[in-house]
Structures are given as C-alpha cells and as structure tokens.
Write a protein that binds this ligand. Structure first.
Ligand SMILES: CC(C)(COP(=O)(O)OP(=O)(O)OC[C@H]1O[C@@H](n2cnc3c(N)ncnc32)[C@H](O)[C@@H]1OP(=O)(O)O)[C@@H](O)C(=O)NCCC(=O)NCCS
Length: 358
C-alpha cells in the first residue's frame, strides 16, 4: 500500500481532481450502504469547492493506493487559516474491501503528523450513524440524549485513535409539502411575530448591503449554538468572507436560498436561515437557522424557516425533500422541525481528539 500526499487541485480541470472524484465515490458508497439512497452524499464538485478558498481553509489529501495504482482510501485534512488555528479537520474513507488492514490508521497517522508539525493540537472528525445504534452498547455526547454505537466501524476506529464523542447530531428529513401547505405554515408563523420584523429573501451570493449583518450572524452561529464542550474558538467573519463563502458554493455547483428577518426600527438583520442545493439532486439541505439572543422568543426561527421552505418550489422545482441536522440537545430547534413535519432519519457523530499540551 502506498500513501501519497496531494495538494488541493486549483480547478476541477486539473488532473488532481480525479482524487476528489475517487473520494466522493467512496463516501457515496458509505452513504448508500448505510441509508439505501444517495440523499446525504456530496458530489465531487461540491467537495472540491470546500477546499477552493485556501486563504480560509487549506485542504490537503492523502491517498492510499494498491501497487497497481487503484485508490482504496482517501484522507482529507482541513486546516482553518483565519480562526481556530489550533484545530484540524480529519476525514477518512476506506474502500470496504480494504478495511481492517491498517489503511485508515496509516492515513490518519500521515495527516496527524502534518497537522502537528503545523502547530495543530485539536482534531475533529465526523461519522454517519444509523438513527438507532445497532449493537448492545450506547455512547452519548457530553450533552443531549443522542446516542451512537461505540462498536460501529467508524466510531470504534476513532475511539481507538484517542478521539472522544463531543456531540450527536440528529439528521431529519421532510418530504416537501404542497405549496398551499407551505404558504399556510408561513401565514400561521407570521401571525404571532411582532410587526416590527419584516422578511428579506435572496438567492445565491448575499447582496452587499447585508454582508456585514450576515458576518455578525455567522459569528453568532459559532458562539450561540450548542457545541458540546468542543475546544473551538468563535469564527472570525467579515463581509468579504461572507461573499467569498457564498461564491465558493456556487463554484461547487450549489445554489443558496436565504430568508432573514430584519428588525425594522434598527434596519438590522437579526435572524436568518439558509438552504443549500446541489444541482441535479432531488434534495436540499437545510443548514443554519439562527436568531440573535436579544430577539429570541418572537417566533422568528419558525417564520424564517417556513418562509424559506415556501420559496423552494419556485427556486428549485426538482427538489422533493429537505434534510437538516441539529445537535440532539437543541430541543428548541428540534421542536420547530418536528412541528414542520421533519422526521429523524439518521445521526452524525462529532468526535474530537486533543493532544496533551506540554
Ligand atoms: C473508519 C474507517 C476509515 C477505518 O478504516 P480502516 O482502513 O478499516 O482502518 P484500520 O484498518 O486502520 O483500523 C480499523 C480497525 O482495524 C484494526 N486493524 C488495523 N490494522 C489491522 C490489521 N493489519 N489487521 C486487522 N485489523 C487491523 C484496527 O485496530 C481497528 O480495529 P479496532 O477498532 O478493533 O482497534 C473505515 O471503516 C471507513 O472508511 N468507514 C467509513 C468512513 C467513515 O465513517 N469515516 C469516519 C472517520 S473520518
């Protein structure tokens, strides 16, 4: 088995993009094996775009190849460049036919070595998990009631390498209701929200006039949501980072749909939610929903979310289903999702490994 290091390809037309395609295919296999469909699998272009802004996140790949050159495992190391300089993201996938032979451990060792040499000391990794653990044992995060099977393949691998479970995320799916039902949900949500809030919607890159407010909301997204006891610092976000992040989604063949709530007396955006859709997929991902602390309790979470959902059929006529993830301890957001008809379909484990500091 050969382990080789690869810089992130500068463009999808670079020869190095083949490794991103191989990685996406391996992850697609993981998702299909677990859930029976591809709803949760990102395509190669979307995967590539996540490393396309090296001044924010540097991506480095390690490939495991057989002697005849076949890629049987890929690890991606993600190194934040603007904040959280002590952290590194690890993502490792191995062809099922080559598991339990040390490939994953070798990829991890190479990535850990590079990250440590670069001064990183906290490492995170995520796993797909079935909704109900299959084995007899249960492992929960530091908060919340979500559980996973510690003996499942990826969890056992990470626990064996010294990681611990920080948080269990619940993934839920919603078959998109008819437009009339979506509109009714918006009207009901609007009825309880004070008149001093109005809705602002946009698609694609955030308009310049809202980038500064969105930068502040993105920072709040890194401080005001449940994080277990993760060793993470607040994100550093400015209007330029908002623009560049949005553009990288579009470069990755994805589209964005935002609904925000403006507090009219101050003219500031105080809540937002976003849906992400990869071209050609019948699902869209419901990403963040955030209401800033001072404006909570007025129904803005439900209103922004219902209004964003109601805009989906016109924006993306092919989308049939929405998928969302929430920390299992985030009861407030889970309650909103259940009310909208989301049903849990899977879980996701967030693992962290901290090196001893001298
Ligand atoms: C998690 C994953 C990457 C592990 O890959 P792998 O190549 O099987 O990993 P390794 O072989 O190095 O280690 C896995 C297990 O095999 C054992 N092992 C290592 N070398 C071995 C060998 N020569 N013979 C037998 N077993 C071996 C390890 O000790 C470990 O067993 P343990 O957990 O009981 O201690 C793989 O299962 C996978 O791709 N899963 C889906 C993707 C995923 O969920 N990734 C999450 C991590 S980011």
């Amino acid at each position: 088995m050969n382990i080789t290091r690869h810089e992130h390809p500068a463009s999808p037309s670079d020869p190095g993009f083949a490794l991103v395609e191989a990685e996406a295919a391996l992850w697609r296999g993981v998702v299909v094996d677990m859930f029976g469909d591809e709803d949760l699998a990102d395509g190669p272009l979307a995967r590539w775009s996540e490393g396309s802004r090296p001044s924010y996140f540097q991506h480095v790949r390690y490939a495991a190849r057989t002697d005849d050159g076949r890629v049987v495992g890929v690890g991606t190391l993600e190194l934040p460049q603007r904040d959280n300089l002590h952290r590194a993201g690890m993502s490792i996938v191995v062809d099922p036919a080559f598991r339990h032979a040390g490939v994953g451990t070798s990829l991890h060792a190479a990535m850990l070595d590079e990250a440590r040499r670069g001064g990183r000391r906290t490492f995170e990794a995520f796993t797909w998990e079935p909704l109900e653990p299959t084995g007899p044992r249960r492992l929960s995060g530091v908060e919340g009631d979500g559980v996973i099977d510690p003996d499942g393949e990826p969890a056992a691998f990470l626990l064996g390498l010294g990681y611990r479970l920080v948080q269990v995320e619940t993934l839920s799916g919603l078959d998109l209701p008819a437009q009339a039902d979506l509109d009714r949900d918006v009207a009901e949500a609007r009825a309880v929200v004070p008149e001093e809030y109005s809705l602002v919607q946009w698609r694609g890159v955030t308009p310049a006039e809202w980038r500064s407010d969105m930068a502040e909301l993105q920072v709040a997204m890194s401080t005001d949501v449940p994080m277990g006891d993760a060793d993470a610092e607040p994100s550093v976000v400015d209007p330029e980072r908002v623009r560049s992040a949005d553009e990288s989604f579009l470069a990755g063949g994805r589209d964005l749909l935002f609904t925000a709530a403006r507090h009219d007396p101050t003219g500031r955006l105080v809540a937002f939610t976003r849906l992400v859709h990869e071209q050609g997929r019948p699902v869209a991902d419901q990403w963040e929903t955030l209401v800033v602390q001072a404006h909570r309790g007025h129904g803005l979470g439900l209103l922004t979310k219902t209004a964003n959902h109601a805009a989906v059929p016109e924006a993306w006529p092919d989308v049939r289903r929405l998928i969302t993830g929430n920390a299992s301890e985030n009861r407030w957001m889970l309650a909103i999702n259940r009310r909208l008809g989301y049903r849990p379909v899977a879980a996701c484990g967030w693992f962290e490994h901290r090196l001893e500091t001298p």
